[in-house]
Design a protein around this ligand. Sequence first.
Ligand SMILES: C[S@@+](CC[C@H](N)C(=O)[O-])C[C@H]1O[C@@H](n2cnc3c(N)ncnc32)[C@H](O)[C@@H]1O
Length: 201
Amino acid sequence: MNLRYYPVNFRHYVKYKIGLTPAYTQTSESERKCLQKYATGKKTLVEIGVFEGVNTRQFRSVMNAEGTIIAVDPYPRSFFNLLGFAWIRRIAHVEVGKVNRGNVIWVENLGKLAPKEEKVMPHLPVDFLFIDGDHSYEGIKGDWEAWSDLIESGGIVALHDSFNGKQPRIGSEIFTQEVILKDRRFTFIESVDTLTVIQRN
Ligand SMILES: C[S@@+](CC[C@H](N)C(=O)[O-])C[C@H]1O[C@@H](n2cnc3c(N)ncnc32)[C@H](O)[C@@H]1O
C-alpha cells in the first residue's frame, strides 16, 4: 500500500467524520462484490489487514447474524497516538460499528500471531479468511503458515494483491502463484482483478 495515495492524517480523519470523504480501501468494486458473495452467511471470518474497515464492515453486514469477525491489524502508532495509523484505526472502529450484527473481535497484532491470542483461540477453525496485510513474501508466508491449517473443510480463503500481471511482481503475488495455488489442501475457485479465491478441500 502506497500511503502517498492514501494521506491518512488528521485532515482525512476530520473530512471523514464530517462526511466529506468516505473511508479508504484499496479493493476494487468487483473485488468487493466477490468478497461479499463468499462472506455471506459465514460464521467465523478473519480479515488480516483491516485498514479503514471498508471490507470488515461489509463482511459484518452479510455474515451469519450470530457470526464473529476477527479483525486483525497492528495499527502501528507513534507520538502519543497522533501519528501513523492511529487515525486509520479510529475510522475502522467507526466504520465497523455502523453495522450491529454478530460479534467483532479486534486483534491489534500481526496476522501470523493472531491465532495464538487467547481471545481468538476459542473461535478456531474459521470458515472465511481474507488476507490483505503484509504483502511482502515473508509477510504473507507467515500469515499462510499460521492460518492455512485453521480453515474448515469447505471454508474460503481470499487473497488480495495476489495477481496483477505487471512486472516486477510483489511478494504476495509470487507467494500466491508459487506456493498457495500449488497447495493440495485447497482448490482454486475464481479470481477477480487482483483477488484470488480458493476453498479448503
Ligand atoms: C492494504 S491495507 C488493507 C486494506 C483493507 N483490507 C481493505 O480492504 O480496505 C493493509 C493493512 O494491513 C496492515 N498490516 C500490515 N502488516 C500486517 C500484518 N503483518 N498483519 C496484519 N495486518 C498488517 C496495515 O496496518 C494496513 O492497515
